[in-house]
Design a binder for this molecule. Structure first.
Ligand code: PLP
Length: 346
């Protein structure tokens, strides 16, 4: 029973079946195939707008290549200190942007506010040759703390960014989980809120390895095809990335999977929050739960074979996936309750 991440699990059967279906006959290479074209059309329907979509294989590539399109090498990209681009991509954003600077803006529960962004930009030294120049803002939706920006928060951040001439990127590695949690339309959480470029994740929600970089303003994508090729993500057998995305979007599989993952996280969060000595470090809003547990409970759960990350101090991270078994989530809560009772009896 492994709650370490949503990528410790395999790929959804619907997606594996689509790969097998795509494995017959010959098709044009390098994304000129009909499956890739179909994915582009489906995304236009889903996002209710014209757009340019580029499949890539990893979230780090999606983020780094997207940001490289939005900033010059002397630019600054504002992001939360916990953000994946800042902490978990081994400098890939700096590498692909040819040295742009990631400038962290702090805020509670993995989010920064429009107000903090505005204050930061005031002191950013725009036009001063000695300073990196504000170029882009990146928000993670779901955040690395398992929280979600509301539509109003996103709109406010984008308004400040656009007002200062910055582009807005969204790291949507868990886009579907945020979307179903907010219960809004994909367009509302992206271009209608002011998001210019989206890293649309699928891997964590059932794909084998597939993401898409989506530009809502096609003019911004003018050079992206070259950048993706140069970055090693123009797959010659692109049909296999696209077949995953095609099946992911088909029949709303992506939404169904995300709803399930979020529901399993809610079982964990609700069950744990009731136990004595347990707190929630961040509100559980999607498929990640960050409870603060007494040390003997952490040790007891580890000894019982449950997998999870120690986040910081007494806080652990539990992540659920599209195929997390309800029995596993309930077993985790039951074991934690048993450990809480044993501690109370001591
Ligand atoms: C918020 C976030 N963004 C992006 C990624 C994508 O990372 P990868 O390059 O491992 O696909 C992850 C994966 O952990 C993530 O959690």
């Amino acid at each position: 029973m492994n709650f370490k991440s949503d990528n410790v699990t395999g790929a959804a059967p619907e997606i594996l079946a689509a790969l097998t279906r795509a494995n017959t006959g010959t098709l044009p290479s390098y994304g000129e195939d009909e499956i890739t074209k179909r994915v582009g059309e489906k995304l236009k329907d889903i996002f209710e707008t014209d757009l340019a979509a580029f499949p890539v294989a990893t979230g780090s590539a999606a983020n780094s290549l997207a940001l490289a399109e939005l900033t010059p090498p002397w630019g600054a990209v504002y992001c939360h200190p916990l953000s994946h681009i800042h902490t978990d991509e081994c400098g890939a954003p700096e590498f692909f942007t040819h040295g742009a600077k990631l400038a962290p803006i702090d805020g509670p529960a993995g989010k920064f506010s429009a107000g903090t962004l505005a204050a930061t930009l005031k002191g950013a030294g725009t036009g001063v040759v000695h300073h990196v120049q504000p170029a882009a803002v990146s928000v993670s939706q779901v955040t690395e703390a398992g929280t979600i920006y509301s539509l109003d928060e996103l709109k406010a951040i984008a308004a400040v960014a656009h007002g200062a001439g910055l582009a807005v990127h969204m790291d949507g590695a868990r886009f579907a989980n945020a979307l179903v949690a907010l219960g809004c339309r994909p367009a509302d959480m992206t271009w209608r809120a002011g998001i210019d470029v989206l890293s649309f994740g699928a891997t964590k929600n059932g794909a084998l390895a597939a993401e898409a970089v989506i530009f809502f303003d096609k003019k911004r994508a003018a050079n992206f095809a070259f950048r993706r090729k140069r970055g090693g993500h123009l797959f010659s057998k692109m049909r296999f990335l696209s077949a995953q995305l095609d099946a992911y979007l088909d029949g709303d599989l992506w939404l169904k999977n995300a709803r399930h993952a979020n529901a399993m996280a809610a079982i964990l969060a609700d069950g744990l929050a009731r136990l004595p000595g347990v707190g929630m470090t961040y509100p559980a809003q999607a498929n990640e739960v960050f409870p603060s547990l007494p040390e003997p409970m952490i040790r007891g759960l580890e000894a019982a074979g449950f997998g999870f990350y120690r986040w910081s101090g007494q806080t652990v991270r539990l992540v659920t996936a599209y195929n997390t078994a309800e029995a596993d989530a309930r077993a985790f809560v039951a074991k934690a309750a048993e450990l809480a009772r044993a501690a109370a009896a001591d």
